[in-house]
Design a protein around this ligand. Structure first.
Ligand code: GTP
Ligand code: MG
Length: 341
């Protein structure tokens, strides 16, 4: 069972006397269709998203500062994210759940699996298996908690048109899941360019809520940005857009207690790593710690075997494990398999 104290979910049972909880933005006092529309345009069509918005964002949508503060405050009160004591914070964090990758070794490297309320980035060169992992996670998220799932749906933003439903079918069958119902719970969109990608995420909150989405995938996070923002003079703009995009993703992950997974293609040479330093605590964060896990995947001589390295995590030690990509999906690999072809 899901713990009752879930971050970002309306907690009517915990409502204090005389303090109204709103479950939809249209219920907020003084908010008419025009304001609803303005809020939608900046990606706040749910109370959860509004609660994690900044005053500056609302101001940009033509809402005055005082009113913006009021609305954000009402939204926050509606979902219980204001000041909390350290003890309460501990119980909020205990809501963090883990999604299995399919490999026990990788799960334990990650402290139990891919965390909710955080962004996990898989980076590595072409063919290293980033998209395969995304496919696997989109299936695994649907598993019951006892099997390492999150009992939810996946939102899949595909930027390179590499999503393959046949692969989902193979993986679902291997797990004994009904393919049709698995396919129904993968909500897919292809992003045609970086602006479209940004927009898809900005409009995602309602879908997330309605479909109980517990995993948001962006595969690839960086490909469009790289091909569109070329050269030094565009670098700052690219970083700024990427940072904002990542902040949006992080906020969704916290508001809905979901796992966020992004991929990033890099050259094999470590000095050419594309660094985007995406998630810095600029403000508007609910829980004040930076949540960005970076995982490097590389190929080995063994055709199906990959070395997966946890490169940086806010709270876990670095380390590496072996996985393999088979018909079944992502699985544990043995040392001996590294060299076998
Ligand atoms: P880019 O998107 O190009 O950066 O690569 P990527 O890291 O996303 O690689 P991807 O996840 O597409 O991995 C492709 C590799 O996965 C292939 O080269 C195969 O080794 C493996 N793979 C994909 N499908 C299967 C399959 O059905 N069976 C097996 N055994 N391996 C597969
Ligand atoms: Mg890929």
């Amino acid at each position: 069972m899901e713990p009752s104290l879930e971050l970002g979910m309306p907690q009517k049972e915990r409502a204090r006397e005389g303090e109204r909880r709103y479950s939809d933005i249209s219920e907020l006092p003084g908010v008419g269709p025009a304001t609803v529309e303005r809020l939608r345009e900046i990606g706040c069509s749910t109370i959860e998203a509004l609660a994690t918005a900044t005053v500056a964002e609302l101001e940009a949508a033509g809402i005055g500062e005082k009113r913006a503060l009021e609305l954000i405050d009402l939204a926050r009160k509606s979902i219980e994210i204001s000041w909390v004591t350290a003890k309460e914070l501990a119980s909020l964090k205990s809501n963090v759940r883990h999604l299995t990758t399919g490999s026990k070794a990788l799960d334990s490297l990650l402290g139990g699996g891919i965390e909710t309320q955080a962004i996990t980035e898989f980076f590595g060169e072409f063919g290293s298996g980033k998209s395969q992992i995304c496919h696997q996670l989109a299936v695994n998220v649907q598993l019951p908690y006892e099997r390492g799932g999150l009992e939810g749906a996946a939102l899949y933003i595909d930027t390179e048109n590499t999503f393959r439903i046949e692969r989902i079918e193979q993986m679902a069958k291997h797990l004994g899941l009904d393919f049709d119902s698995v396919a129904e719970k993968i909500i897919y969109a292809e992003a045609y360019n970086s602006d479209h990608q940004i927009l898809l995420l900005e409009k995602a909150d309602r879908i997330i809520k309605e479909h109980n989405v517990k995993l948001v995938i962006i595969d690839s996070l960086t490909a469009h940005f790289r091909s569109e923002y070329i050269g030094r003079e565009m670098l700052a703009e690219r970083q700024q857009k990427l940072n904002k995009h990542m902040h949006r993703l992080l906020r969704l992950s916290r508001a809905f207690n979901l796992a966020a997974v992004v991929t990033n293609q890099v050259m094999a040479r470590p000095d050419e790593f594309f660094s985007f330093n995406a998630v810095s605590p600029v403000g508007g964060h609910i829980v004040g710690h930076t949540s960005h896990m970076r995982i490097f995947i590389r190929k080995t001589a063994g055709k199906n075997v990959r070395i997966v390295r946890l490169v940086s995590s806010p709270h876990l030690p670095e380390g590496e494990v072996l996985i393999k990509i088979t018909e079944n999906g992502i699985e544990d690999a043995e040392e001996a398999e590294v060299k076998s072809r």
